[in-house]
Design a binder for this molecule. Structure first.
Ligand code: ATP
Ligand code: MG
Length: 611
């Protein structure tokens, strides 16, 4: 098997493949001769095609042509973002176990394809084209993903690659890839911070990198998983629909083929407006009983419609700078990547934002992500022909990861923006006497109140060694590997006996898919979180105290003798179940009451294991 490692940019709209060989970066053209491959799958009765022709066929038969799959990857069907996308995608998507599954009805069969399978088809074509081009099998790849892809989205991407026959050496964040390509091409440049502004078809990514010699560190990332060229297209589509409804009494929204045509037309017009000040949206044989509809549109009109979205990208840039405590003036270079950065208004907004800085357009916005992937691939390759002068690169976790304790306080194990790969360890002890199971709720987010974070999964250990409360301990090891994938492992350690326990890691669902809002929300709610923590600490203490006191009463045969104290503990435990953060006073009162009754007994009988 060949040692060649290729770099793949699996884009929302276009995919691109590159390889670093004999000191050169080379974009690998597909069989049709294209440097990028449209991320389209088109189904025929017995088979399917991928790429440029699939896109062409999809225009004619939209119900068989699947695209923008990346927008569905790793998401739940009930994710509002998925719902929003389903409004305009012309193919059918159904809900199977809360996963969005594409349905294609051919003449004789109903095909159901998950986003994972569809991505695998695209990667499958890429693989076969690359092998044809290089003349030997290729099964190792670096694949890029948006920096803000969550773990579920990363897992689906990996699984798709495996299905397509790739062993993935690393999932690389897209803006990091863009920066790598930039640094590679600009070897002579000075040290300092650069900012990558990557606006593609479906996602917006920002990354701030610091370079010092050959060392590159990603110091911060931010972005929006649903902001890109397609949103601009949709603004134009909406505009045309309104004109057609108002002036021609025709609403194309019920006609899939026309909507597909309109989408294509609007995308073309958008691109033309990057060159020309004005143009026309011309629709032939589109409106019933009308030969041609001609809708003039100017660049200024388009810019006005997209203004809010453009501004949003600037806000995200600001937030990313703030997060890492940098000033605009600290940024030495701004690197543009992604097809949508060809929009003149975007370029002028960013340049103005950075005080008239000349933007770096040296790299090709369609190819730089694949190039970066190829550089990373070369760094990982064992093939001498791929050798590359060493660039070191460090990546970070976009959000904090942790587990909830027994009163739902988030224990942050891996902090946001920690370089990965990373491993962190923590210890947990049992709460109850002879507690048999311990479960760990794993969360991603910044809130101290764990339940307000994004739930990733639950790991449960059963058959714990029987022990008094607090006396059986479990070590939890959390790892994020080079692909940004999280593994949690729990090991019970009682009387030097170590058990390896099975990891149960379920995919999370995020109804509010905006990771960035998590960070903002946490900042805005710092006070509330502090109050929660104070409350939870008292509550946690009282719970532990009561359970352990009751254990001692039982253990020492004192339940009957001190029934009032025993019952008090039991009552307090029951009361606590209904109390939340607003009842802090009440919890404190209960604490005083319990301690008043039990502390003298605790001393008198030398209670064990008390908190
Ligand atoms: N000249 C142009 N003017 C405006 N937009 C353009 C131009 N050229 C390309 N685009 C837009 O760029 C987008 C595609 O960019 P790109 O290929 O970088 O995205 P992608 O990598 O497929 O998506 P993502 O990175 O979001 O997954 C499309 O929306 C396309 O319309
Ligand atoms: Mg891209």
């Amino acid at each position: 098997m060949s040692e060649t490692v290729i770099g793949i940019d699996l884009g929302t709209t276009n995919s691109c493949v590159c390889v670093h060989l004999n000191n050169k970066l080379k974009i690998l053209e597909n069989k049709e001769g294209g440097r990028t491959t449209p991320s389209y799958v088109f189904f025929t009765e017995h088979s399917f095609i991928v790429g440029q022709y699939a896109k062409r066929m999809a225009d004619a038969k939209p119900e068989y042509g699947i695209y923008e799959i990346k927008r569905l990857v790793g998401r739940k069907y009930d994710d509002p973002y998925v719902k929003k996308n389903l409004n305009y995608l012309p193919f059918k998507v159904t809900n199977i176990s809360n996963e969005p599954v594409v349905v294609v009805q051919t003449k004789n069969q109903v095909l159901k394809k998950s986003p994972q399978e569809l991505c695998a088809y695209i990667l499958g074509k890429i693989k076969s084209d690359v092998e044809a081009k290089l003349g030997h099998p290729v099964d190792k790849a670096v694949i890029t993903v948006p920096a803000y892809f969550n773990i579920a989205q990363r897992e689906v991407t990996l699984a798709a690659a495996q299905t397509a026959g790739f062993s993935v050496l690393k999932l690389l964040n897209e803006p990091t890839a863009a920066a790598l390509s930039y640094y590679y091409e600009n070897k002579s440049n000075v040290d300092g911070y650069s900012l990558v502004y990557d606006l593609g078809g479906g996602t917006f990514d920002v990354a701030i990198l610091q370079r010092s010699g050959s060392d590159i560190t990603i110091v911060g990332v931010d972005g929006e998983t649903h902001l890109g060229g397609h949103d601009f297209d949709n603004l134009l589509v909406e505009h045309v629909c309104q004109v057609l409804i108002n002036q021609h009494n025709y609403n194309p929204k019920n006609d899939r083929r026309n909507m597909r045509r309109l989408n294509n037309e609007c995308e073309e017009v958008k691109k033309i407006l990057s060159e020309a000040e004005e143009t026309n949206i011309i629709l032939n044989a589109f409106v019933p009983n009308q030969n041609t509809v001609d809708i003039p549109i100017t660049r200024a009109q388009f810019e006005a419609k997209a203004e809010q979205l453009f501004q949003k990208t600037i806000e995200i840039v600001t937030r990313c700078l703030e997060k890492v405590s940098l000033e605009k003036s600290d940024i030495k270079e701004v690197i543009l990547s992604g097809g949508s950065t060809r929009i003149p208004k975007i370029q002028s907004l960013i340049s103005a934002y950075f005080g008239g800085k000349i933007l770096n357009k040296f790299i090709n916005p369609d190819e730089c992500v694949a190039e970066g992937a190829a550089i990373q691939a070369a760094l990982l390759s064992k093939d001498p022909a791929q050798a590359i002068s060493q660039i070191k690169i460090t990546d970070v976790t976009p959000l904090s990861l942790g587990i909830a304790d027994f009163v739902d306080v988030m224990t942050f194990m891996i902090k946001r923006n920690t370089p990965i790969p990373v491993t962190r360890t923590t210890n947990r002890v049992t709460v109850y006497n002879n507690q048999a199971n311990m479960s760990f709720h794993i969360y991603e987010g910044e809130r101290l109140d764990a339940k307000k974070n994004y739930f990733l999964g639950r790991l449960e250990i059963t058959d714990l060694t029987p022990a008094p409360p607090g006396q059986c301990s479990v070590t939890v090891v959390m790892t994020v590997d080079q692909n940004g994938i999280l593994t949690v492992k729990a090991t019970e350690t009682v009387s030097n006996r170590t058990k390896d326990l099975k990891i149960v890691y379920t995919r999370g669902s995020r109804s509010d898919s905006d990771i960035k809002s998590v960070v903002v929300e946490a900042e805005e709610n710092k006070k509330e979180d502090e109050l929660f923590k104070q409350f939870a600490e008292v509550k946690g203490y009282v719970v532990k105290y009561c359970i352990r006191a009751m254990y001692n009463f039982e253990n020492k045969g004192l339940v009957a003798t001190h029934k009032d104290a025993y019952d008090k503990c039991n009552d307090v435990l029951n009361r606590l179940k209904d109390l939340d953060v607003d009842d802090e006073k009440e919890v404190k009162k209960l604490k005083v009451e319990v301690l008043a009754l039990c502390q003298p007994l605790q001393k008198k009988y030398a209670f064990k294991h008390m908190p």
